[in-house]
Design a protein around this ligand. Sequence first.
Ligand SMILES: Nc1ncnc2c1ncn2[C@@H]1O[C@H](COP(=O)(O)OP(=O)(O)OP(=O)(O)O)[C@@H](O)[C@H]1O
Length: 263
Amino acid sequence: MSAGALRVTGLTVGYGRRAVASDLTLPPLEPGEVVALVGPNAAGKSTILKALAGLTPARGDIRLGAADLQALSRGKRAELVGFMPQTLPSSSDLTVLEGMMAALRAVPGEGGALEERALAALESLDAGPLALKTFAELSGGERQLASVAQSVARQPRLLLLDEPTSALDLARQHQVMALARSYAREGRVVVAVLHDLALAALWADRMVVLSAGRAHAVGQPDEALTPDILAEVYGVVARVERCSRGRLQVIVDGLAGPRGVTG
Ligand SMILES: Nc1ncnc2c1ncn2[C@@H]1O[C@H](COP(=O)(O)OP(=O)(O)OP(=O)(O)O)[C@@H](O)[C@H]1O
């Protein structure tokens, strides 16, 4: 199975008259890739993800393989694109399994065996025991795991994850990113918003460094994470070092101020 590349050309999205991103064009994001979308707070990461998912109005061209996503009905787009939001439900009386089944049923064209698919997605995150708990009973990290499982159970060709690891412990972060990678390797495109740059560097094939709605850098982690880029985009003085097994680590020495390192 192959989704075809995600092509974003001239994307403009915002709220009211305020554009968060204007005329954003990205290089094709290929099937098989995990792409990390990183950048400072309020850079526009969530807004762009929502625009890709068709959840907020946007102008521009968004294609997945041959499909023109902007021209598709909401239902058809939902068949191709899965979105895990940054803010997770906390008060639902539905069990996790019921919520997942309802989400699967809401997508036109979903095949059968919905319960099996929902349970398999939970199991793939070693989270089977969450199935019969209500969302209200879950811890923050459990809610996030359930939400990741829900988005994966749909098996969309383009999977958009908004901060899927922010509430998770180290082992769970690893599990979620490993799942994202194996999911991508089956021929899908995965775009994940991440704040943890070391985690992003470890798991992403490419990174898009967003700054004020612009793609400041796009490339493999060692191309996208340089001290200069970190200073320009985050305003920090940082070192990027290779640790064991060649992994990148970002060490922040302070804020970049007019007189050099501060803090
Ligand atoms: N519903 C909304 N209505 C109006 N403005 C919004 C709305 N949601 C976000 N914004 C604004 O759009 C800009 C981009 O927000 P967005 O959530 O996309 O940033 P982000 O990069 O995901 O940030 P963070 O890392 O803090 O989650 C911010 O200035 C924010 O205040």
